[in-house]
Design a protein around this ligand. Structure first.
Ligand SMILES: [Zn+2]
Length: 216
């Protein structure tokens, strides 16, 4: 079963994908991870990507597509995968279709986690992360506070706000960009009849259970 996960940051997309991976026993492929792996292992694609990143430029679609293609051709993807962070635009979505067609496969579901803009903003602004790089537990001042103020429940380190999350104007701009980019993608998958829309108003575990029920 080939799944594409869609959803703005703050919707719990990554966490839900992680639970689905366990339950469905197929890999969770995040583009961030593929990039890091290729760069770390200094693959040809990794080197190419680094050239753009070092110049502060966006990595072109061809490079991203090639990394995804090589990943989904790995053995553990035989029974499917959960793509997270890809495709980001129609050109990539069409490319993904081509990659899968070569294997007589297709995108079976595009799971779209949705949430009101205001709620997303509140989640991001209130998000706190454990400063211990070994822990990185995520908290929320409103919905998941630490037991002792400012101190990680798991490891006792200080919890901090990511710089990216502290400026509400910047957060809003980032979200606007996300929505303007993904609206056409949702149309694209809607036309294929594969979109499953999930309101992200429950804990990730409950959302994942609901999705699995649907997939059955
Ligand atoms: Zn911690």
């Amino acid at each position: 079963m080939n799944i594409v996960m869609m959803g703005a940051q703050g919707t719990g997309k990554g966490t839900v994908a992680g639970i689905l991976k366990q339950k469905l026993n197929i890999p969770h492929i995040s583009t961030g991870d593929i990039f890091r792996k290729n760069i770390q292992e200094e693959t040809e694609l990794g080197k190419l990507a680094t050239q753009y990143i070092d110049k502060g430029q966006l990595v072109p679609d061809e490079v991203t597509n090639a990394m995804v293609k090589s990943r989904i051709n790995e053995l553990d993807c035989e029974n499917g995968f959960i793509l997270d962070g890809y495709p980001r635009n129609i050109a990539q979505a069409e490319e993904l279709d081509k990659m899968l067609e070569e294997k007589n496969k297709k995108v079976d579901y595009a799971i779209n986690l949705t949430l009101e803009m205001e709620e997303i903003m509140s989640r991001i602004i209130n998000r706190r992360i454990c400063s211990n790089s070994e822990c990185k537990e995520i908290y929320n001042l409103v919905s998941k506070p630490t037991k002792a103020p400012g101190i990680c429940d798991k490891c006792g380190s200080e919890i901090v706000q990511r710089v990216d999350d502290s400026d509400s104007e910047a957060v809003k701009k980032r979200l606007d960009t996300y929505f303007s980019q993904t609206a056409p993608l949702i149309d694209f998958y809607n036309k294929k009849g594969v979109v499953y829309k999930v309101e992200s108003n429950k804990p990730p575990k409950d959302l994942a259970e609901g999705i699995i029920e649907f997939l059955k």
